[in-house]
Design a protein around this ligand. Structure first.
Ligand code: FES
Length: 167
């Protein structure tokens, strides 16, 4: 009889231990599925160093998985008061390089200083404004903050808030 009780106790403790390990492993697995992927955490902000950009230069960077363009404007390029980002004494055009028609990625043509969308022929000027074809609106401006000669994408600085009419 005493041996049965001891065996039952042993089985109970063993099963309890296995169950506790199972619960612990489940909690660890649940937490890791809730946590953002490391790539998502590090992709939160994108910094663009403007100091080495030449006049007329176009650059594309990736910001939260989407292409963002920045163009350092030349004196000949049209100014867009309501969209230009002024850093130091230079004007930059900045936008999410996604066509506002159906989401294709337009390519930038440095000769015409326009973005051409191959999907349905839409065009945007160097300010990112739709100037031809089906795109219904300008390309969006990503949230940004100016830090010296750098643009930090992902933060809503005062210059961004002013451009989008939130300030
Ligand atoms: Fe660009 Fe249609 S998706 S014009």
């Amino acid at each position: 009889m005493a041996e049965n009780v001891n065996r039952r106790d042993f089985l109970g403790m063993t099963l309890g231990g296995i169950a506790a390990i199972g619960v612990g492993a489940s909690l660890v697995a649940m937490k890791s599925s809730w946590d953002p992927l490391p790539s998502v955490v590090s992709a939160g902000f994108t910094t663009i160093d403007l100091s080495s950009m030449q006049e007329g230069e176009y650059r594309q960077v990736e910001y939260r998985g989407t292409p963002v363009y920045v163009i350092k404007k030349t004196a000949e390029m049209k100014k867009c008061e309501e969209r230009d980002v002024v850093v130091g004494n230079a004007d930059y055009s900045l936008g999410i390089q996604i066509c506002t028609h159906l989401g294709c990625i337009p390519s930038y043509d440095s000769k015409s200083t326009e973005f051409h969308c191959a999907c349905h022929g839409g065009r945007f000027d160097a300010c990112g404004k739709n100037v031809f074809g089906p795109p219904p609106s300008p390309m969006a401006i990503p949230p940004f903050k100016i830090e010296g000669a750098k643009l930090v994408l992902g933060e809503e600085g005062p210059e961004y808030l002013k451009l989008v009419g939130k300030a």
